[in-house]
Design a protein. Sequence first.
Length: 318
Amino acid sequence: MAGSARRKISRRDVAAAAGVSMTTVTYVLRRTPGTSISEPTRRRVLEAARRLGYEPDFAATSLVRGRTELVGVIAPPFNPPPNDHDAAVLAGLAAAADRTDHHLIHLDQTSPDATARCALRGYLDGIIAINSSGDIDLDVLADTGKPIVVLHEHVHIDYAGAMRRGVDYLAARRRHDVAVLMLDDPHTAPGRAFLRAFEALRDEHASTMRVSLHHPDDSRCWTRAMTALIDAGSYDGYIVNTVTARIDADPSFLFRPLVGHADVVVIGSPTQRRPVVESGIILVAPCFEAGRQLWAMLMDRIEGRAAAQAQPLAFEQA
């Protein structure tokens, strides 16, 4: 019934519950820079807003701040689901966006008219294109004056850096006999990048480390290849490269018995993060990191900051 409708919680309610002024509530909830609000006060306001179920008025906030807090992501349609490569980049974007007030909107790269309307009507604060090979004309979107960041143009997936992180980590751990199991197709761009990095790193560490490459003819036989390497028992370090490989399970489970006897680095996707980290195995996720860097670059442009330097690939470790 109309009389039972719940009254919308206002900033005035939050201010009363937190024992502060409405101005303080506004500064805290909008994260206004340059204000001198103590950390205890900020936490008290946020807790009051959470307890009361406060939701900001989207239209009013957009008018005041001149922003919609919406970011469009140009990506392939979700039916069929995106490939592992695109899914990992999207996961990195989502993880970074979760730490901000912005929200992601999927823009189907096969629907250029709908995407152009969304951008030209001012619905978006910025646009990220993780796949620009579709029918969307980025020059048209650039005419909106909104910042645009494009994967493979402004941010590159650091495949070679991922391999270097793995080899350098094992070298620092004084591992002398390292097996690199590559499940990615060597004829793809990521595969070629990994191979070039492997050859350079093998030569660079030749005096202190033997690094050997193993590549099964059929990636569907990866469990057999990995089992053979483990059973050989002659390696004290392993790197398993699974960034673009279509495999049906997390490869870390085979290596769990080795933890404590050998070091294992998995170069893979965030879908492997939980089982890998829980097992104590190192994970490097270059596609996931690229998604986070795309988000950081777009936020820099939205806020008018100088573009931050690309951060080195991080390890995920228990």
